[in-house]
Design a protein. Structure first.
Length: 499
């Protein structure tokens, strides 16, 4: 059986812990690969390699760093299909969706290629007699990234390209459920000329995670995953004096006003709720229908959802693939089977779905639940599967109040033709990312991604300006160069004066 090993110090390093995790093809249910799970000694080795590399990479020129990144971008572009194929084989999403993931990751590589402008400092001259003050940003050292299974290429690329462009070195701990894409990303970086040890890939479970959170040589930790783990990452790493950005879970709402284009809203709802089998932190999982628009909207969503073709991700005709594991499939199904008892109308029930010839795959169909209560488990929990809840309200104000009462604040959307209502929504809704007639408002690379409330722990969003600030720290330098004609100033114990 194939084994996915670590990438440390610029080369493949076989696991020595003796512990391995299974990697499954979600379309067949077969274990195709095993992944080495790191011991604390292997965590130390990865961090040590990164620390050694930082001694030279941290002082390298911006020109040298960006030259590597430009070559890296070209290699990633040339190998898009190969990266996407690994994602499909281990995650299960359809190939076109995997290609989209690679494209969104490439946006951040391109942002990193232009890091020279992001790292420009500031200078104020003559703030006092012959005194200048400058502000600069410097790298942190060794930083770590812990990434989820749902985007095994994109989320790592949201982290390490910016981090290394800023002069840091990086230890990536990807999900052990679909680890191969991370190794290919590291191999291509080495091919682009990235020095050994600047980017390391350490596979593992909680042992590896805790090892990074507690390691004294790790200066900062980036994380994307569920809210309970994000809270744990933030609490543990912060207690160890580390800088932390921990992006958590979501329950993204879409408010549909009576004046909305219902065909556009229904198209958007199906695309955003069921794309990637709902395994997206930016998936729309709750529709809030205002007034009488609900019945017609649900009918149009149902009509579209019933036509979605589910099948293996490598089948070009498939629009939605399987879920990542059988256990996750069963958990998602439990929300649907329990919905009616909690007062919901089960318009579509996707449980029990199978694909001919792939009966052992982790399949589930599309589910649509109407008249869902805010007390229902299907509404309160992040399901992370192809289940869409519809809630009914009478007014815009009631809808916004319902949405703002959610403990999550990741992304949200409004569908309307009324510019005034849309503008009001942008200001009143309590979420970090807002879409107006856009169902999945993931910002482009030069803006930053992140939520509010229980969707983000830490002060910085990911990538964009926030990402650059997270991976650097500011320093202010005050300089006086006396003129040869100056008389000696003498001793002055008073507070320095600027006038």
């Amino acid at each position: 059986m194939k084994t996915v090993n670590h990438w440390i110090g610029g080369k493949t390093v076989e696991g020595t812990s003796g512990n391995y995790g299974p990697v499954t093809d979600p379309a067949t249910g077969a274990v195709t690969t095993q992944v080495a799970l790191a011991s604390l000694e292997e965590v130390d080795a990865a961090v040590a390699a990164a620390k050694d590399a930082y001694a030279t990479w941290g002082t390298s020129s911006l020109a040298a760093r960006t030259a590597v990144l430009f070559r890296y971008r070209a290699l990633l572009d040339a190998r898009r299909d190969d990266i996407a194929a690994l994602i499909t084989a281990e995650h299960g999403k359809v190939h076109s969706d995997a290609l989209g993931e690679v494209a969104r990751g490439l946006e951040i590589v391109e942002l990193a290629c232009g890091i020279t402008t992001q790292l420009k400092g500031e200078l104020s001259t003559q703030v006092s007699s012959r005194v200048d003050v400058s502000s600069i940003r410097q790298s942190l050292g060794v930083v770590a990234g812990i990434t989820p299974f749902n985007f095994p290429a994109m989320v790592p690329m949201w982290m390490f390209p910016l981090a290394i462009a800023c002069g840091n070195t990086f230890v990536l701990k990807p999900s052990e459920k679909d680890p191969s894409a991370a190794n290919l990303l590291a191999e291509l970086a080495a091919e682009a000329g990235l020095p050994d040890g600047v980017l390391n890939v350490l596979h593992g479970d909680k042992v590896a995670v805790d090892g990074l959170l507690n390691h004294p040589d790790v200066a900062a930790v980036s994380f994307v995953g569920s809210t309970p783990i994000a809270r744990y990452i933030h609490t543990t790493a912060s207690a160890n004096g580390k800088r932390v950005q921990a992006l958590g879970g979501a329950k993204n709402h879409m408010l549909v006003l009576p004046d909305a284009d219902l065909d556009a809203a229904a198209d958007a709802a199906v695309s955003a709720a069921y794309g990637s089998a709902g395994e997206r932190c930016m998936a729309i999982s709750a529709i809030v229908a205002v007034g009488a628009v609900g019945d017609e909207l649900v009918a149009r969503i149902k009509e579209r959802a019933e036509k979605i073709k589910i099948g293996p991700g490598d089948d070009p005709t498939s629009e939605m693939g399987p879920l990542i594991t059988a256990a996750h499939r069963d958990k998602v199904a439990s929300y649907v089977t329990g919905a009616a008892a909690q007062g919901a109308d089960v318009v579509l029930d996707g449980t029990g779905y199978t694909v001919e010839g792939f009966e052992d795959g982790h399949w589930i169909g599309l589910s649509l639940l109407d008249h869902v209560s805010t007390d229902a488990d299907a509404y309160k929990d992040e399901i992370f599967g192809p289940v869409l809840c519809v809630l009914r309200v009478e007014t815009y104000e009631e809808g916004v109040a319902l949405m703002n009462a959610s403990p999550f604040g990741n992304g949200t959307a409004i569908f309307t033709r009324d510019g005034g209502a849309a503008r009001r929504f942008q200001l009143e809704i309590e979420a970090g990312m807002v879409g107006v007639n856009v169902p999945i408002p993931v910002p482009v690379g030069y803006h930053s991604f992140g939520g509010w409330k229980d969707s983000l722990f830490g002060d910085h969003h990911i990538y964009g300006n926030d990402g650059v600030h997270f991976y650097t720290r500011g320093k202010v330098v005050t300089t006086r160069w006396p003129d040869p004609a100056d008389a000696p100033a003498g001793v002055d114990l008073g507070f320095p004066r600027n006038h």
